[in-house]
Every structure is written in structure tokens, then in C-alpha cells.
Design a protein around this ligand. Structure first.
Ligand SMILES: [Zn+2]
Length: 145
């Protein structure tokens, strides 16, 4: 089973009492909440009233490592840092980091958006990231159904 969850499936607000709770018949704190100017779906958690968009909270659902740290590591790799040296500085195993890239490739579109927005990476650098796992970042329009 994938550790990814779709946006809108759970509240990404860490201080929320329903944080990370997947939506179900009993659990339905997440509602659609209009769209952003860019046309992205926006959601709101009824529990904590936080709003978030499609690009927030999509990545690495319930990984032990904070999403920001994973994204930061991916950005370093895209910038040309070696996985072996990042493994040393972050304290994670190389296999773990490669696993992150592989999982990131499953949601390439959201990851690329986060990297481009937060790290000013180039498209070529991000393509280099996917090259590590032989995944060109196939864009999937829907989940695995
Ligand atoms: Zn919430």
C-alpha cells in the first residue's frame, strides 16, 4: 500500500486533532473550499479551519521524516549534491534517500511544483533528480483507483 495519500484525504495541519486522519464515512473533516487564482482546488479542514491546496500535504504521508526535510534533501540532490554525501549530512541511509526519490516520482507533478516554487530549481535540475531512479516523472492524472 502506498504511503501517499491524495490531497483532500486528510488534514495536513500538524496541530490539528484530525491531522493525518484519512477521510471515510466516519471521518469527514475535509471539505472543498473554492479554488485558488491559479485554478487549484482548495480544501478546508472543518476541525481546525485551516485551508490548503492541492500541492500541500501530498508528499510522504506519514513518513517518519518530516516532509520539509525530504523535500529539502531532494532539492539538494537536484542541485547536484551526491546522495552519499547527503546521507552523511542528514544521517539517513542512501537507500532511504533513493526510496524518497522513487516515491517522489509517483507524484512528480506536485513535487516539481514544490521544488520549483520553494527552491528556484531549473527544469533540467529536476529532470536530473528523476534520472536517479530512472523515472522521468510520469504525470498521472488520477490516482491508482
Ligand atoms: Zn485540521
Amino acid at each position: 500500500m502506498s504511503e501517499f495519500a491524495q490531497v483532500g484525504d486528510f488534514c495536513p495541519n500538524e496541530i490539528c486533532s484530525d491531522y493525518g486522519e484519512l477521510q471515510s464515512d466516519q471521518q469527514h473533516n475535509i471539505i472543498k473550499f473554492g479554488k485558488t487564482k491559479a485554478g487549484r482546488q482548495r480544501y478546508m479542514c472543518k476541525t481546525c479551519k485551516a485551508t490548503f491546496t492541492e500541492t500541500k500535504g501530498t508528499l510522504f504521508y506519514r513518513r517518519r521524516t518530516p516532509e520539509e526535510e525530504i523535500i529539502d534533501t531532494l532539492a539538494h540532490i537536484a542541485e547536484g549534491n551526491r546522495i552519499s554525501s547527503l546521507a552523511r549530512t542528514t544521517g539517513h541511509k542512501e537507500d532511504t534517500i533513493i526510496d524518497w526519490i522513487r516515491e517522489a516520482g509517483n507524484h512528480a507533478e506536485a513535487i516539481e511544483e514544490a521544488l520549483l516554487a520553494e527552491y528556484q530549481l531549473t527544469r533540467g535540475q529536476i529532470d536530473g533528480l528523476w534520472a536517479y531512479v530512472g523515472n522521468k516523472g510520469e504525470k498521472k492524472l488520477s490516482g491508482d483507483g
